[in-house]
Design a protein around this ligand. Structure first.
Ligand SMILES: Nc1ncnc2c1ncn2[C@@H]1O[C@H](COP(=O)(O)OP(=O)(O)O)[C@@H](O)[C@H]1O
Ligand SMILES: [Mg+2]
Length: 369
């Protein structure tokens, strides 16, 4: 029984996303002409969707997909980030024995491969890294392979961008390069994904990307999808030990909305715990996270209070709390960075990361009143 259960819990559902897959497929089928910024709350399925899409496309066309997860790359080198680190983000010296260049299509979790000589030249400023990347793209195109470069978790660069003048310049230069190879020379598709809409917007504005990029939003699942999932657990999650009634499903929707990882968490918990208790615990956990985040900072409390009355808010909606605009901006930025709030860069709207956070905020204020 125990072993059995473990297996069932491991099955990861994938629900719908037909429209998103279709939209992104159209983007890839067109000639590269703009940078695509995929934004959406944390765990809204951006990375999963990109993997799904390129796994499908790879079977149909010759692609070279470089998938760079910046969070994994940057953590060790954030503090004194310099040009050498920047190069390490994109290039990898390949071992001598593999020197003969053979271009093959596929999804690569990783970097541009170069030989030691080129690296040395780049470090000495004799060779331009952007030219090296561009040449790789040209080679691929000449071999009828479509190059795609994906930078996932762009927000991992925020510390470098905000605190390091050199870092900021390099990142802006990188975006200029992206404009050149999309809008100007149509060489490669560039996709940037991030759950920090605030940072995306900052980079977007600083790099003057208005006419050379497009935002695409990935949100949590809609109600119809969630109901379809929860009322067909065996089908989507291979759960045979229990089924959910319409009423149970509604309760789950009411607690976490379409947030997939929270739904998965709840489904796992339901093997052992009755539904009402599971959902109460779920809300309590977020309430405690909010409590911990606020600590003794009454300004944070004032900002979050706005969401008792409003589902979404613009920056001016926080002003009546008596805090100065600059300070509000800083607080909101911190809340977005801490994944308490989401900032939608196309609408300039702030709102809690999903339904469970709305509950958490509500319960926090109930507990202190
Ligand atoms: N279409 C989907 N249906 C069900 N679960 C999904 C779906 N897409 C993603 N998930 C799950 O949601 C969680 C977060 O997905 P992820 O792609 O990492 O989000 P993001 O990259 O936006 O932070 C993962 O546990 C993933 O398995
Ligand atoms: Mg992701």
């Amino acid at each position: 029984m125990e072993n059995n259960k473990f297996n069932k819990e491991q099955h990861i559902a994938f629900i719908n996303r037909q429209r998103e897959l279709e939209d992104l497929r159209l983007f890839i089928d067109k000639e590269p002409a703009e940078i695509l910024f995929i934004h959406g709350p944390k765990s809204s399925g951006k990375t999963t969707l990109l993997y799904k899409l390129f796994n499908q496309l790879e079977k149909e066309q010759k692609l070279d997909v470089k998938f760079l997860n910046l969070r994994e790359m940057v953590t060790e080198l954030a503090d004194d980030f310099d040009y050498k680190d920047f190069l390490r983000m994109f290039f990898q010296v390949k071992p001598e024995k593999e020197k003969k260049e053979k271009l093959s299509a596929g999804i690569n979790i990783g970097l541009f491969e170069i030989d030691a000589e080129i690296e040395k030249n780049m470090l000495q400023g004799k060779s331009d890294p952007f030219k090296v990347m561009k040449e790789k793209f040209i080679q691929l195109r000449d071999n009828s392979i479509k190059p795609v470069l994906i930078l996932d978790e762009l927000q991992a660069l925020d510390k470098i961008y905000m605190n390091n003048g050199k870092g900021k310049r390099l990142i802006i230069e990188l975006f200029n390069f992206f404009v050149a190879i999309t809008k100007e020379s149509h060489l490669a598709h560039i996709i940037i994904a991030s759950s920090d809409g605030y940072f995306l917007n900052t980079v977007h504005t600083d790099s003057r990307l208005k006419k050379s990029s497009r935002f695409y939003k990935m949100d949590y699942l809609g109600k119809e999808d969630v109901m379809e999932w929860l009322l067909n657990l065996e089908n989507y999650s291979r759960i045979k030990d229990y089924t959910l009634s319409q009423e149970d499903a509604e309760k789950i929707w009411d607690t976490v909305g379409g947030s997939m990882w929270e739904i998965q968490d709840i489904l796992t918990e339901l093997f052992n715990t009755p539904i009402d208790e599971t959902l109460t615990q779920c809300k309590k956990k977020i309430k405690e996270a909010i409590e911990h985040y606020i600590g003794t900072d009454m300004r944070k409390e004032k900002v979050l209070q706005v969401f008792l009355e409003n589902e979404t808010a613009r920056i001016r909606d926080f002003v009546p709390g008596g805090i100065g605009l600059d300070e509000i901006d800083g607080l909101l930025q911190d809340m977005v960075r801490s994944n308490i709030l989401y900032f939608d860069p196309t609408e300039a709207l702030y709102y809690p990361q999903g339904k469970s956070y709305q509950w958490g905020i509500k319960l926090y204020f109930e507990s202190i009143s």
